[in-house]
Ligand binder design. Structure first.
Ligand code: IPE
Ligand code: IPE
Ligand code: MG
Length: 249
C-alpha cells in the first residue's frame, strides 16, 4: 500500500472524531447522466455506481461512521424501461452474492429496508441469506433501501398499528412516536444524521421521510459514480460546521 493510500484510510485531520455523524444516508443519484456524459449506455452508470458504494462503505469503516444507508431502488423506479429495471435487479443480486463473504469477514451487519416481498424470488433469497449470515456481526450497520418508498413505509406501519387496535392489543392514545417507529422498516436503527444527495437534485424522492425529520442535508453536483473519499470528506466537513438545534435556541 502506498503512503497516499494509507493516508486516505485515516480520518482527515480537519475532521473531529467526536462530531462524526453516527448514521449517514445517501441518495445515490446521477448514474444515468454520468454514463451519458461519457457516451455510454445508462446501465454502465449503475455498474460504476456499485464501485462508488463499495468504496463509501469501506471509507465509513475506516473513518468510524457507525451506520450507512444507501437508496438503491425506489418504489417509483419500477416506472423505468423494463430492461433497465431488470439490469438493476440482476446487478444487485450479483453484487450481493460476490460481496457477501467479504462483508461477513469485515464484520458488516447488512440490512434491507423496503417492500422486499415484491422483489424477484431469487433476489429475496439472496437478501435473506446475507442478513442471516451477517446477523451477529457488530461492525458497521449497512442498510440497503431496495423497492423502498417512505410513504409506503408509513402506510404499512399504519395498517399494522390499526390491526393491533382492532384486535384490542393497543389503545389509540397509546400510539406515540416510539410505537410508530417500531413498525417502520428501520425499527431499532437510529435516524440519519447526515443525508447526502448527489447529482444536484434538491429533493427527497420518497426517501426516509419519517427518519429524516432532523437530518442535515448535503447536496453535491457530483454524479454518484464520481462520489469518492474526497467528496465524502467535503460532506463531513460541511456537516461538522452545522449547528444542529432540534428546535431549541
Ligand atoms: C440513480 O441514478 C440510480 C437509481 C435511481 C437506481 P439514476 O439512474 O437516477 O441517474 P440519473 O438521475 O438518471 O442521471
Ligand atoms: C432516487 O433517484 C432513487 C434512488 C437513488 C434509488 P431518482 O433518480 O429515482 O429520483 P427522481 O426521479 O429524480 O426524483
Ligand atoms: Mg436519478
Amino acid at each position: 500500500m502506498t503512503a497516499q493510500q494509507t493516508k486516505l484510510q485515516e480520518l482527515p485531520l480537519d475532521l473531529k472524531r467526536e462530531l462524526l455523524p453516527k448514521h449517514v444516508a445517501v441518495i445515490m443519484d446521477g448514474n444515468g447522466r454520468w454514463a451519458k456524459r461519457q457516451g455510454l449506455p445508462r446501465v454502465m452508470g449503475h455498474k460504476a455506481g456499485v464501485d462508488a458504494l463499495k468504496d463509501l462503505l469501506r471509507c465509513c469503516q475506516d473513518w468510524g461512521v457507525q451506520a450507512l444507508t444507501a437508496y438503491a431502488f425506489s418504489t417509483e423506479n419500477w416506472k423505468r424501461p423494463q430492461d433497465e429495471v431488470e439490469f438493476l435487479m440482476t446487478l444487485f443480486q450479483r453484487v450481493l452474492r460476490q460481496e457477501l463473504r467479504e462483508m461477513v469477514e469485515e464484520n458488516v451487519q447488512i440490512k434491507f429496508v423496503g417492500n422486499l416481498q415484491a422483489l424477484p424470488t431469487v433476489l429475496q433469497e439472496e437478501i435473506s441469506r446475507s442478513m442471516e449470515e451477517t446477523r451477529n456481526n457488530r461492525g458497521i450497520e449497512f442498510t440497503v433501501a431496495k423497492n423502498y418508498g417512505g410513504r409506503q413505509e408509513i402506510l404499512q406501519a399504519c395498517r399494522a398499528i390499526a390491526d393491533q387496535v382492532k384486535q384490542g392489543l393497543l389503545q389509540p392514545d397509546e400510539i406515540d412516536e416510539a410505537v410508530f417507529e417500531r413498525h417502520l422498516y428501520t425499527a431499532g436503527s437510529c435516524d440519519p444524521d447526515l443525508l447526502i444527495r448527489t447529482s444536484g437534485e434538491m429533493r427527497l424522492s420518497n426517501f426516509l421521510l419519517w427518519q429524516s425529520a432532523y437530518a442535515e442535508i448535503y447536496i453535491t453536483e457530483t454524479f454518484w459514480p464520481d462520489f469518492d473519499r474526497s467528496e465524502f470528506h467535503r460532506a463531513l466537513y460541511a456537516y461538522q460546521q452545522r449547528e444542529r438545534r432540534f428546535g431549541k435556541v
